[in-house]
Ligand binder design. Structure first.
Ligand SMILES: Cc1cc2nc3c(=O)[nH]c(=O)nc-3n(C[C@H](O)[C@H](O)[C@H](O)COP(=O)(O)OP(=O)(O)OC[C@H]3O[C@@H](n4cnc5c(N)ncnc54)[C@H](O)[C@@H]3O)c2cc1C
Length: 416
């Protein structure tokens, strides 16, 4: 059961002095400014003293990071400075790694020892890269989880494509990220005969959980190309030049890309929000932590009573709901139940295809790539409205690349 809602009283004194007013406004701390944390911050008005803490200076648009592999997008297209976004919303941004939550005194504590008091706290720290304990994977497989990760993969691909000898790329994971990575590699390198690509998926088909027509469609696109698609093939170990499968087969690999695999961050257990290391923070239907009072959890980190796909748009919806419930809690009003509104999923396959998946229905067409681009452009512009010179420049750059970069293969850009 969740602890009592806090007994914070509404300020008794009407203040005209700004600093006194800041002191009397209820304090909300938001830990993590990704999709959920940022949406929560944007949802809270200036009637609260909101502090947003994140270890990164950048908000990253993860749903399009696969496009860094082909050069269709550049790092600057996918990043926005968090301080600008948070301060625009009228709140305070603190760059720091949160290492503890002192629920008794209601403080968030950073690794540098800074203590930030709160009346309500929203935890939105996302998930962590997971290689499931596969031997060598942490060391030798490149993760696919951030702009820096994908930029590094893009550079390595460019080096291999320029080399004289035949090279092998192994993509571990045939889920959404693995398929999108394969699509981008094909967009840019499908005519580079010496680059061989293998996708290995542990489940029975590509894009597990999606309609089986998608597996067939991806296979069609790969026919006649240097691509091997292996399913029911869990990986047992990775070395600098090899990937071993449970079947005993050993694949040569000059570049191993580890996609998929997300787990709860250790912070959830360390703060007491979760019981064990791999557990997501359990919450009730109102997104309140079932373990720490005055704390709500939103986005990937939340262990909902009815699990939901870990997707950006659900994280944004949760962020808004958590913000609203923090405000209700502080006003002693009943919280509202989080009701996700499902949206279709868009899966890009380079310039060859894009799939729109709504439940069991699929529409496939390369023309749908414009829709994925539109979602990216509109949401980035919503997070960073073009109100100042820096935001306008940033918007112009994104639009310019979105319109002028051919959605087919781009010209070579990466340098080794
Ligand atoms: C490669 C890839 C492709 C994806 N594609 C799609 C897609 O096409 N469509 C879709 O809907 N979803 C997609 N997703 C999933 C989507 O990105 C996530 O569901 C979403 O990012 C979750 O939002 P969040 O706010 O919970 O976490 P995040 O966006 O991960 O944000 C968490 C924030 O918390 C911060 N943080 C973490 N720990 C700490 C700490 N201790 N102290 C301070 N700050 C901390 C991090 O720096 C980060 O800014 C994709 C994910 C990946 C990795």
């Amino acid at each position: 059961m969740i602890g009592a809602w806090p007994s914070t009283r509404k300020p008794r004194v009407r203040c005209t002095d700004l600093s006194a007013r800041r002191r009397t406004r209820p304090r909300i701390a938001i830990v993590g400014a990704g999709f959920a944390g940022l949406s929560a911050a944007r949802h809270l008005g200036r009637g609260y003293s909101v502090t947003v803490i994140d270890r990164s200076p950048w908000f990253e648009w993860l749903p399009n990071i696969h496009e860094l592999l082909s050069g269709v997008k550049r790092p600057a297209d996918l990043r926005l400075p968090m301080s600008r976004l948070v301060e625009r919303a009228g709140h305070r941004f603190v760059k720091g790694e949160v290492s503890a939550i002192d629920a008794r005194s209601k403080h968030v504590v950073t690794s540098s020892g800074r203590r930030i008091g709160y009346d309500a706290c929203i935890v939105a720290v996302g998930g962590a890269h997971d290689t499931f304990g596969v031997h060598g994977a942490d060391r030798y497989a490149l993760p696919f989880k951030s702009v820096d990760d994908c930029e590094a993969i893009g550079r390595r691909l460019a080096t291999l494509a320029r080399g004289r000898r035949e090279s092998s790329v192994v993509i571990v994971g045939g889920g959404l990220e693995g398929v999108e990575a394969l699509g981008e590699i094909l967009r840019r390198y499908r005519d580079v005969g010496k680059l061989r690509i293998t996708v290995v998926e542990g489940g029975p088909r590509l894009l597990p959980g999606s309609p089986s027509a998608l597996d067939a469609r991806v296979r069609e696109h790969c026919e006649g190309r240097n691509v091997r698609l292996l399913v029911r093939s869990p990986v047992t170990s990775v070395t600098p030049t090899r990937v071993r499968l449970r079947s005993g087969e050993v694949l040569r690999s000059d570049l191993t890309i580890w996609t998929g695999g997300v787990t709860a961050t250790p912070l959830l257990r360390e703060t007491g929000l979760a019981r064990s290391g791999r557990q997501w923070a359990p919450v009730d239907r109102m997104l309140r932590s079932t373990r720490l009072p005055h704390v709500l959890v939103a986005g990937d980190a939340a262990g909902l009573p009815r699990p939901l796909a870990r997707q950006a748009y659900y994280a944004m919806q949760m962020g808004e709901c958590a913000a609203e419930n923090a405000a209700r809690m502080l006003a002693h009003r009943a919280p509202r139940v989080f009701r996700p509104s499902p949206k279709p999923v868009l899966i890009a396959f380079g310039d060859l295809d894009t799939f729109l998946v709504a439940g069991r229905s699929v529409i496939a067409s390369p023309a749908l790539s414009a829709l994925k681009e539109a979602v990216y452009q509109v949401t980035m512009a919503r997070f960073d409205p073009p109100l100042g010179a820096a935001s306008i420049r940033s918007l112009a750059r994104r639009l310019d690349r979105g319109v002028s970069v051919p959605r087919r293969r781009s010209s070579p850009r990466h340098r080794a």
